[in-house]
Every structure is written in structure tokens, then in C-alpha cells.
Design a protein around this ligand. Sequence first.
Ligand SMILES: NC(=O)c1ccc[n+]([C@@H]2O[C@H](COP(=O)([O-])OP(=O)(O)OC[C@H]3O[C@@H](n4cnc5c(N)ncnc54)[C@H](O)[C@@H]3O)[C@@H](O)[C@H]2O)c1
Length: 344
Amino acid sequence: MRVLLTGHQGYLGTVMAPVLAAAGHEVVGLDAGLFADCVLGPTPADPPGHRVDLRDITADHVAGFDAVIHLAALSNDPLGSLAPELTYDINHHASVRLARLARDAGVRRFLYASTCSVYGAAGDPDLSNLVGEDAPLRPVTPYAESKVRVEDDLHALADGDFTPVFMRNATAFGHSPRLRADIVLNNLVGHALLSGEVLVLSDGTPWRPLVHAADIARAFTAALSAPREAVHDRAFNIGSEINNVTVAEIAEQVAEAVSGAKVRITGENGADPRSYRVDFSRFRAAIPGFDCEWTVKQGALELADAYREHGLTQEDFERRFTRLAVLRAASDAGAVDDTLRWRG
Ligand SMILES: NC(=O)c1ccc[n+]([C@@H]2O[C@H](COP(=O)([O-])OP(=O)(O)OC[C@H]3O[C@@H](n4cnc5c(N)ncnc54)[C@H](O)[C@@H]3O)[C@@H](O)[C@H]2O)c1
């Protein structure tokens, strides 16, 4: 297939592009390049792509593709809360516009990167039940709310020729040539290497479903070529029950992966309403033979090796690999305007 991959220069997109290419697809990227320099190790070889803001795309950008994989977004809660209106402009309105342009151009499949954060505080009080795709959506942040709104609007676009698929990813972890250290496991591993401490600021009790970036890439690749009736207009949780873990458990796994590191749970950030254990069986049923390959422990070991190999510094950890810090620095330097568009 000819595939337009938005967000191809992000943490997940940089892992996904070569997986798609290896499956025989022709990939074209589209990204504003906000985090293109957030590289750990050698600069990755990106597929050909457009450097364009999602809000400025035209029909020409989507013409001639069989499918769109839409990853580009302000991609976490701190970014979303920094400027909620921008989050809705980019994550919601521009995403729906992209989908409409794609549908009008005859693109048949549209894989949307949603998130398990849409469940928010949806778990049972005792968390005894796993949260499935039909659970009520109770987003607790603008980021998660923007994802719910896109799902609603894309659902209305589904028809006999246009197949949106809602990929509700668990929180990602693991190595990518363009790294993020502001997601829980990657953060704990980096901090442990730099300080010898696995530092948990919550009380450690919230449940977090995790999934390796490479498993997300494999899941999207599988959904791309799955029979239409298996995926048409459906939501799928992407991850694995074995990686439904509490933050305290993640910390223990990290301490085992980084020798000498000690867990310290301060609890200073108090309770976190985002706590849920997720049921991932629907995607396995839709895509026979698919399962995630990576455990939390394997990901922690892999990432610790990558950080060591490429020499993680405190500066990189706090600035280069933290999305909010990168955007603040670009804004302070006058490189982007207050709508996060490049100047000049
Ligand atoms: N990483 C996770 O844990 C996770 C979990 C669930 C869902 N997701 C979703 O997966 C997608 C990719 O996440 P990621 O971790 O790779 O994030 P990322 O921040 O690393 O990458 C996002 C990419 O989108 C681009 N982008 C942002 N705003 C843009 C705009 N206005 N125009 C064009 N490009 C723009 C950025 O330049 C960046 O390359 C996002 O939609 C995110 O919400 C991620």
C-alpha cells in the first residue's frame, strides 16, 4: 500500500516507518518536525516526507494514498494542559480535517492513534474488572478529551469506502531512535541511570497499561492490511494484559534492570485519578496470531543499554527528551510562535 504516516518524526513514528517499509508498504511522512532533533544515537533515516503543520495541509498532501496512519499530535497530558485550545486545534480539528480530506481523496483506510487515557478514571473502584473498548469514556485531561472528540467525529465519517480504525494505545515504552523520556518507564530508567534512584512521585498505586513502541508498530501494520470487516469503524485497545502494571511494579522492574538502583516512592504528587487495567483481547481476536512481544522488564533492559551506549546526560534527559521542555525552549528562542508554528 501507499501509506501517508503523519508524525513520522516522533517517538512512535520513527519506529513505525521502517516496520511498515519492511512489510512492503511505500511510506511517505508528514510532520512539523517539532521533535526531529530529539535523537538518541545516530540520526535515523526517515522516509521521504513533507515538513508541514497538520493545520495547514491541503488535498494534495493526501492524494494518491491507500491509507493514512495518523500519529501527529501534541502527545501527552502536560502538553495538552499547557495550551488546551491549541490541543483542540491540532489534535481534534486538524485531525478531523485530515480525515475528511483523506476520505474525499479516496483514501480507504485511516488508522487513528488514540489512547487508553480515554478511559481516564473509568476503572471499578476495586479495579477487579478489566476495561474493554465499550467501557464508558471518562477523559480527565484536554489531551484525552481531544482523542475522544476525534473518535466521535471520525466515527461519523465511516462508510462503505472509508474505514476509520481507533487504535487506543497503552502508554508506550522502549527504545526509539527519537526518544521520549517523559513517559513512565523511559523516565524511570533514565532517572535510575543518572541518579541511582528509581524515583516515583505518586504513591505508586495507579495501574498503567504499558506497550512497547515496536509492538504498537506491529499492531498498526497488522491493522493496515486486515480484512475490512475485522477492523471497520472499530476501537481496539493496543497492548497486553501482562503489561497491566502498577507504577510501583514498574519501578521494581526498573530497579532489577538497572543494577544498584533503589526504588524511592515519595507520594508527593498524591493520588492519580488515571488508573485502569485494560482488556486487550479484542485486537487479538480481530487479528489472529497477533500478540505483543515485549515485557516491561525486557523494555527496561533494552532502554538501559541504549541510554548507556549513547551516553545519556542530565541535560538530554530533562530537555532534549522531554516534550514540554523542547517546546518551551523553541518558544523562548523565538523559533516557534505562540501557536507552535515555525516562524519564518
Ligand atoms: N507515546 C505514547 O505513550 C502514546 C500512547 C498512546 C497514544 N499515543 C499517540 O500516538 C501518537 C504518537 O505519539 P508519540 O509518542 O510518537 O508522540 P511524539 O510527540 O513523539 O510525536 C508526535 C509527532 O507529531 C508531530 N506534530 C505535533 N504537532 C504537529 C502539527 N501541528 N503538525 C504536524 N506535526 C505535528 C511532532 O512533530 C512529532 O513528530 C500521538 O497521537 C499520541 O497521542 C502515544
